[in-house]
Design a protein around this ligand. Structure first.
Ligand code: FES
Length: 578
């Protein structure tokens, strides 16, 4: 049955385009200037294609091709396709940090969906922040919608070995600093790493969020892992467009898909993938939009019972291309079938369990069974609390030297990233392998935007001594491709008056991951004295987005959303002038 035969009564777009008087005329005659025929206004569903393509977002450079694929699918299914641009967040370029703009993209996409004559929307994403921003927006506008992530790059290849985004960059840059490789080697590596379109191909934030989008039910099965340049991704785009038309007709909305059970499935998949710590922030923000009371402790409780099954960098050996050939997220869901909520509804109109029936695990070296994990349960992201982080902090257990997971050492404290970077090369820096490196002023308000700097480079003095990991504590984030004993997302951040602002060089700090504790061994009276002596907090930015952001941003335990964006407003415009 074609979509238009299913009837357009009550269709959202008809309140713009279906009116026979002046209001309908105004809407239709402007679409005619795009060359649209009367057939496009015969009551068929109007499907938006929200595109985060940008030459400033190299990971999304192929999304124009996917948009054409989606357009074909929409037209084949009897819909009208209208593509529109959305703020694109390019991870490599945006300063002070891409995270500052996640909420801006979410707000823009939400408003564009609500303000326009759309019955459903396809959202094309890829680079790190574009996917969570899309899910946040769709949760708040609750228009029938479907996401298609752009897919990962092909595996990097350098001098006969496979190399991964971020993970090998961090390793090679340390090798350059220690003199193991030359500048010429480093430059050659640069062009061998990113050799196709697509997002980072380690299990960094982009791959994690793509996998989560599939697990949460908001994109088609097997869409997360297939390489960006695989021709089957264009077929996926066509299928995504066609499905969007059906969603418009069926009225299946994100609120029926992104339920608490779906969020728990996402947390399970994140743990089994060795996914990015950033996913924790994004899931908390998405939950906030949906009105679901998800907490850091909920995430820890779920994560701590799931072993690492997917052997991908940075926690393992393989890359997304290998994950795709092994069967991708559907194959992983098969391995997790005993613990997932299989009856969660998805964008296909079927349950998650029904979606994965045609798939299987084709490579148990890449996707391990529960009986033979890469790392045991509890190796994912752990949530810590204590007098240094009363509202929580996180550490990616699988990425840290196991010997450092229980550690007592003296703090070496810096008030800003710049302050540390200025001295980290000093051969006389007072630092040992027992030091706990603390850098504050890198949180949502303090930096602002919570940059990915929590995997602080090791001091040169330790590098020269052969030290490969160190306990590092900050209110920053860390790239999903990074590794190390890095305690991140300390909340409240120092700029919001959190006790991180009180720790001083020489204080003993105790990290106890098995018991989920992070404490400084300083008595209460001394902490009260220090708090009384804190300087007044810095004034907010003068104007613009940064001012709005710093005045309204929530802390890490609330997903770093803006306080006035929490919750949903639905798809109805407040008023219409016609
Ligand atoms: Fe875009 Fe890594 S830089 S996903």
């Amino acid at each position: 049955m074609s979509a238009k035969n299913l009837g357009s009564t009550g269709r959202r777009s008809s309140t713009w385009l279906g009116d026979g008087g002046k209001a309908g005329f105004i809407a239709r005659h402007h679409l005619r200037q795009e060359g649209l025929s009367s057939r496009q206004f015969d009551g068929r569903p109007v499907i938006g294609i929200a595109n985060t393509w940008s030459e400033l977002t190299p990971c999304n450079i192929h999304l124009r091709g996917l948009a054409e694929g989606a357009r074909r699918g929409i037209q084949q299914a009897g819909g009208t396709a209208l593509e529109f641009p959305v703020l694109s967040i390019g991870e490599p370029f945006m300063r002070p940090t891409s995270m500052l703009y996640r909420n801006l993209m979410a707000m823009e996409l939400e408003e564009l969906c609500r303000a326009n004559p759309l019955d459903a929307v396809v959202v094309l994403t890829g680079c790190d922040k574009t996917t969570p921003a899309a899910l946040m927006a769709l949760a708040s506008v609750d228009l029938p919608s479907i996401v298609l992530t752009g897919g990962p790059m092909l595996n990097g290849r350098f001098r006969g070995r496979t190399v991964g985004s971020g993970t090998d960059v961090w390793k090679m840059s340390e090798s350059l600093r220690s003199g193991e490789i030359s500048q010429a080697d480093f430059t050659e590596f640069e062009s061998a790493l990113n050799r196709s379109a697509g997002h980072c191909m380690t299990m960094g934030t982009a791959s994690t969020m793509a996998s989560i989008t599939e697990a949460i039910g908001m994109q088609l099965p097997n869409a997360a892992a297939l390489p960006a340049v695989d021709s089957r991704r264009l077929v996926l785009a066509e299928d995504t467009g066609a499905r969007a038309v059906e969603l418009a007709v069926e009225g299946l909305r994100p609120s029926a898909i992104m339920t608490r059970e779906a969020l728990e499935n996402a947390i399970l998949v994140n743990a089994a993938c060795g996914g990015s710590t950033n996913a924790i922030l994004h899931l908390l923000a998405i939950a906030g939009r949906l009105g679901i009371g998800l907490t850091l402790d909920d995430i820890d409780a779920i994560t701590s019972r799931i072993p690492l099954l997917v052997d991908l960098m940075p926690s393992g050996a393989f890359l997304m291309e290998d994950f795709a050939y092994a069967g991708g997220v559907p194959a992983l869901l098969h391995e997790l079938s005993a613990v997932i909520h299989g009856d969660a509804m998805t964008v296909t109109g079927r349950t998650l369990a029904e979606n994965i029936v045609p798939f299987r695990n084709d490579d148990s070296a890449v996707i391990r069974p529960l009986s033979n994990p890469v790392q045991p349960a509890g190796s994912g992201t752990a949530v810590l609390r204590g007098n240094l982080a009363p509202d929580g902090a996180v550490i990616k257990v699988s990425a840290a030297d196991p010997a450092l997971l229980t550690h007592l050492g003296p703090a070496l404290v810096f008030d800003s990233l710049e302050e540390y970077l200025a001295v980290m090369g000093d051969p006389e820096l007072d630092v040992t392998a027992d030091t706990v490196l603390v850098v504050r002023g890198c949180g949502p308000k303090g930096y602002p935007g919570m940059p990915e700097v929590g995997n602080l480079p090791l001091p040169q003095r330790l590098l020269d001594a052969g030290v490969t990991d160190l306990v590092r504590i900050s209110d920053a984030r860390m790239s999903g491709t990074a590794f190390g004993a890095c305690v991140l997302h300390v909340a409240p951040e120092s700029a919001a008056g959190g006790p991180l602002a009180l720790v001083r060089t020489g204080d003993m700090v105790c990290l106890d991951v098995p018991n989920r504790r992070l404490d400084m061994l300083v008595d209460l009276a001394e902490l009260a004295r220090r708090r009384a002596g804190l300087p007044p907090s810095a004034p907010p930015a003068d104007r613009g987005w940064t001012r709005l952001y710093t005045e309204h941003v929530l802390q890490a335990d609330r997903g770093v959303d803006l306080d006035f964006l929490v919750g949903a407003s639905g798809d109805r415009p407040a008023r219409s002038p016609f």
